[in-house]
Design a binder for this molecule. Structure first.
Ligand SMILES: NC(=O)c1ccc[n+]([C@@H]2O[C@H](COP(=O)([O-])OP(=O)(O)OC[C@H]3O[C@@H](n4cnc5c(N)ncnc54)[C@H](OP(=O)(O)O)[C@@H]3O)[C@@H](O)[C@H]2O)c1
Length: 342
């Protein structure tokens, strides 16, 4: 226990009438099995942007008293309950807070109490700004590739491929040798993916995009499209894919409902379904979860060549609204993160 740190007051982002406000809050004493963590980094993901807009999650399952924000992050353990070994104090850990859980408080706070068994511990040399995003994007990338493989696809198509998740997917798919057609919407996005070693990149602003997509998806046998954009673009991509292709909508970047031609549905048996990490968490076996986590943690403990995420800009806790606006504009350049210690 570091008495200096435990005397510090705590502060957290609280949603008041849907607006994020920084408030002084009371520290809760550590319960059995718990540790206190100094939160040092948390990403501003599109899911956080949806949360701040009041649009994220399964409404019926979100506890009524939920008032916080921030789903995942990293930090350093400052204190441990006597029931937990003191060895953990000083370690860098990553953690997640599920907004569907009764105890959700959000990680956008200076200090957070967590069960020691619920956090991921990293070796001494790993710093918080290397492991702020262990759960949401890396595990979704593993899930995307596993879903494509499990359903017998020979290749997959990915939209908004210069997202942080898209960059991890480029590296992971290369690592496991699974072909990906990366769709971007600007030339500089294509250039940045090329630098990462992406083989197949299509720019949707090009005049030949639709024909190129038809040709390449046929050639590679790409019958699964992982779509974080939705809107009309989903049907446009599916229209050019082989018969019986499926789009897995997993994000809402366009903010628009998906559309798909009834001709494609009836005569070419094309379909749209979903992919959601939270349902995977609920349904996957312990072995499947351990395997996915194992891959991610091993890589992030040794430099994060596959699952690491570049930081574009860091904001303090009182600048959450500005961070949210910045993330919407600059996502292709790297992740906007919140550092509550600033
Ligand atoms: N279902 C799940 O379980 C799950 C889990 C994790 C992540 N996700 C989703 O995965 C997606 C990517 O997450 P991330 O953290 O990697 O995002 P990110 O780093 O914020 O990147 C977003 C990317 O999308 C592009 N983009 C934004 N609006 C677009 C549009 N209308 N059309 C085409 N491209 C657009 C941006 O490029 P510009 O610079 O061109 O705007 C940027 O490259 C998000 O939709 C997120 O919600 C879902």
């Amino acid at each position: 226990r570091n008495p200096m740190e435990s005397n510090l007051s705590n502060q957290a982002i609280i949603l008041e009438d849907g607006k994020p406000v920084l408030k002084d809050i009371e520290d809760t004493p550590l319960a059995e099995g718990e540790i206190r963590i100094r939160v040092e980094a948390s990403p501003m993901n599109p899911s956080d942007q949806l949360w701040l807009a009041g649009l994220y999650g399964i409404k019926e399952l979100i506890p009524k008293k939920t008032l916080g924000a921030g789903f995942e992050g990293s930090g350093v353990v400052t204190e441990a309950h006597e029931s937990v070994g003191a060895d953990i104090v000083g370690k860098t850990v990553a953690f997640f807070d599920d907004c569907h859980n009764e105890g959700f408080q959000g990680v956008w706070r200076k200090y957070i109490n967590k069960k020691a068994s619920d956090v991921i511990q990293f070796p001494e040399h790993v710093k918080s700004d290397e492991v702020f995003g262990v759960f949401v994007n890396p595990l979704t990338v593993v899930l995307i590739v596993n879903t494509a493989k499990k359903n017998g696809n020979k290749a997959l198509i990915h939209g908004a491929a210069s997202s942080s998740l898209g960059k991890i997917l480029v590296r992971y798919a290369k690592h496991v040798d699974f072909p990906v057609i990366n769709i971007v919407r600007r030339q500089e996005q294509a250039d940045s993916l090329k630098e990462l070693g992406a083989e197949h990149i299509l720019d949707s602003s090009s005049d030949t995009f639709d024909d190129d997509l038809a040709e390449l998806s046929k050639e590679l046998g790409a019958t699964a499209y992982f779509d974080p954009i939705a809107g009309a673009f989903c049907g446009r991509v599916l229209a050019k894919m082989p018969a019986k292709s499926t789009a897995y909508v997993y994000g809402a970047l366009s903010g628009e409902p998906v559309s798909l031609s009834p001709i494609d549905i009836i005569f070419y048996q094309k379909s749209i379904t979903y992919l959601y990490l939270a349902t995977w968490f609920m349904e996957a076996s312990k072995e499947e979860q351990d395997e996915a986590f194992g891959e991610v943690i091993k890589d992030l403990s040794t430099g994060g060549k596959i699952f690491g995420t570049k930081i574009y800009k860091t904001f303090s806790l009182d600048k959450v609204v500005e961070a949210c606006e910045e993330a919407a504009k600059t996502a292709s350049l790297g992740k906007v993160i919140i550092n509550p210690q600033l």
